[in-house]
Design a binder for this molecule. Structure first.
Ligand code: RIB
Ligand code: CA
Length: 308
């Protein structure tokens, strides 16, 4: 029986695709829906890609269209150099059979949390705009979710979108600040741990053999992502950012956390930087500081290998 009801808020995106196909394949995750957000791609492309992934995995979950721009700041460019022109590396756009849920992402999140009080884990793996808008729509969701696991931020590892900021927070610092200030139980899975979880092209080639549909698709779309990491980070493989966040929900024992209240720098050169604060009244967040990277990789590879 599924033990964790989750909603993934996502900007697919190559590593988002890994996280979503992993979630669809894992028997202990009950994926209630996907909500789309701008970030790696525009929100329209993110919505289309979320539908494609849900259909590929035969999950056919609701997909709710999310925010198309940040709360306050001028939109940043999408990450075509990392994820390709349409989010799936060199793979051209795919037309899904289905269409999105009629509700906005924020409304969908509020409705689902109200329908399953105390049960839902929200797992944002893109900019936090939809979660901030959901909080504005219904602040009581903060006390009704089970927890929130965010892929984003960096306390000690430096940035990836800028020298200071991790991409998901950099894309909408004001939204992240709203989410981190709210009184809900947050775990932050940031670059401090995701930069330790690295898969190789050989591991994805093996995954393609074991699971030709799901693993094969991930192997195909990841070729561009491997090349990016080769050119920018000096290794032929990839960081497993978004899957690590989903895996932390199932296997918290593989992550060491520290409790810290966290603030976000809202403007200037350091916009999007996440910093530990002693500001009174701000809730502590479980910040992941260490990870058993080998075990996280094994959970990912062995699960997706069963996906077909
Ligand atoms: O910094 C890593 C994050 O940025 C991941 O969510 C990746 O998909 C990109 O959006
Ligand atoms: Ca992402």
């Amino acid at each position: 029986m599924a033990q964790h009801k989750i909603i993934i808020d996502t900007d697919p995106g190559v590593d988002d695709a890994m996280a979503i196909l992993f979630a669809c394949a894992h028997p202990e995750l009950d994926l209630l829906g996907l909500t789309s957000i701008f970030g790696n791609v525009t929100v329209d492309v993110a919505t289309r890609n979320a539908l494609v992934l849900s259909e590929l995995a035969n999950a056919n979950v609701p997909i709710a269209h999310g925010a198309g721009r940040p709360l306050v700041q001028v939109p940043r460019p999408v990450a075509t150099e990392v994820h390709g022109a349409d989010g799936f590396g060199h793979v051209p756009p795919i037309t899904p059979a289905g269409s999105p849920d009629g509700r906005s992402a924020a409304q969908f999140i509020c409705d689902m949390v109200a329908a399953h009080p105390g049960e839902i884990v929200l797992c944002p793996i893109g900019p936090l705009t939809n979660l901030a808008e959901a909080l504005q729509l219904d602040p009581s969701i903060a006390t009704k979710v089970k927890s929130v696991t965010v892929m984003g931020g960096s306390m000690w590892a430096g940035g990836n979108a800028s020298p200071h900021a991790e991409a998901n927070i950099w894309q909408d610092p004001h939204a992240a600040e709203t989410v981190f200030a709210a009184a809900w139980p947050i775990t932050l899975v940031g670059l401090d741990v995701t930069h330790k979880v690295i898969c190789t092209n050989t591991q994805f080639a093996e995954l393609a053999k074991a699971a030709p549909t799901n693993g094969g698709f991930l192997n195909e779309i990841s070729q561009f992502y491997f090349k990016f990491h080769d050119e920018v980070d000096g290794f032929y493989g990839c960081y497993m950012h978004d899957p690590s966040a989903v895996i932390s929900i199932l296997h918290p024992e593989l992550f060491t956390t520290e409790d810290h209240p966290v603030k976000v720098v809202l403007g200037g050169d350091q916009a999007g930087q996440t910093v530990i604060t002693d500001e009174p009244g701000r809730p502590a967040i479980k910040v992941c500081s260490k990870v058993d990277a080998e075990q996280v990789k094994q959970v990912f590879l062995t699960t997706v290998a069963t996906a077909g």
